[in-house]
Write a protein that binds this ligand. Structure first.
Ligand code: UGA
Ligand code: MN
Length: 258
């Protein structure tokens, strides 16, 4: 139904106030698999009530591909753009971890949210922020789990950090540390896909944003340190895997040349 409504004018906003809105922030950039990745995400998000998809293209201007895809998807969305400065951009031959990815774009999404809510009375501010990269795999349940986040919620992420699953260590419902193998001493040793932030709480911390020069793996920590202490984290979906850090294989297009 949402997908069909997307073709009608005037456009209907299928979100309402029945449950808190989930603001999903997705950085994306052009490569041959981009349309496939975003199509998969669109189809997942169509099944999630009250989701607002904030897509930020890593580009000088918004592309026809992404504009048309979002226009026809049926999920409530906002399309923005923010180009990664050339010296920070990952080159074809660079190791994927040698430079941070999606950082400028996530901040642009956050700045947009601050603008939208600026000056609104507190009773009109509700919702949760989630950073969803375009290549991961999301179950529908993860959105219902995160929807009632008070400050920052955390949960396990599958297929990441050299493990089947990385997860918070939880004892009596309190987070006590991180059950991870790679860089376990990070204050917040979790992947971007493993946490959500309450909008009101985010707005109350004006310094909260991503940093442009941080040690590999510390991006999440750089952001979360502005928002919570370990003790304040809310553990959800304990012992369940509801999101996977899947990575799409680079396609072999050698025969296209011929
Ligand atoms: C891992 C984490 O899962 C990311 O959340 C984190 O940003 C990244 O490491 C990092 O350390 O910077 P990984 O799978 O290696 O992620 O990264 P990608 O999925 O390739 O990129 C993350 C997001 O940024 C994606 O949504 C991607 O479309 C976007 N991106 C990537 C850009 O917007 N521009 C680029 O040049 C590259
Ligand atoms: Mn990824």
């Amino acid at each position: 139904m949402k997908h069909k409504l997307a073709r009608l004018e005037p456009r209907s906003n299928t979100n309402d106030k029945s449950v808190p809105t989930i603001y999903v922030i997705t950085p994306t950039y052009y490569r041959p698999v981009q349309k496939a990745e975003l199509t998969r995400m669109c189809h997942t998000f169509l099944l999630v009530p009250n989701l607002h998809w904030i897509v930020i293209e890593d580009a000088k201007s918004n592309s026809k591909l992404v504009t048309d895809l979002l226009n026809n998807c049926g999920v409530v969305y906002t399309l923005l753009k923010e180009e990664t400065p050339p010296e920070q951009k990952l080159g074809e031959k660079d190791k994927n971890w040698s430079k941070p990815r999606g950082v400028h774009q996530r901040n642009t999404g956050l700045f947009w949210l601050r603008d939208v809510f600026r000056g609104l009375p507190p009773n009109q501010i509700e919702g949760v922020i989630y950073f969803a990269d375009d290549d991961n795999t999301y179950s529908l349940e993860v959105f219902e789990e995160m929807r009632y986040t008070q400050k920052v919620s955390v949960w396990p992420v599958g297929l990441v950090g050299g493990l089947m699953v990385e997860k918070p260590k939880v004892s009596n419902n309190k987070v006590t540390g991180w059950d991870v193998s790679w860089a376990p001493n990070r204050p917040f040793a979790l992947d971007m896909a493993g946490f959500a932030v309450n909008v009101k709480h985010f707005l109350s911390k004006p310094k909260a944003k991503f940093a442009y020069h941080v040690k590999r793996g510390y991006q999440e920590t750089e952001f979360l340190k502005h928002l919570v202490t370990l003790e304040e984290l809310e553990s959800i979906a304990e012992n369940r895997v509801l999101v996977w850090h899947t990575r799409t294989e680079k396609v072999d297009l050698r025969l296209e040349q011929k």
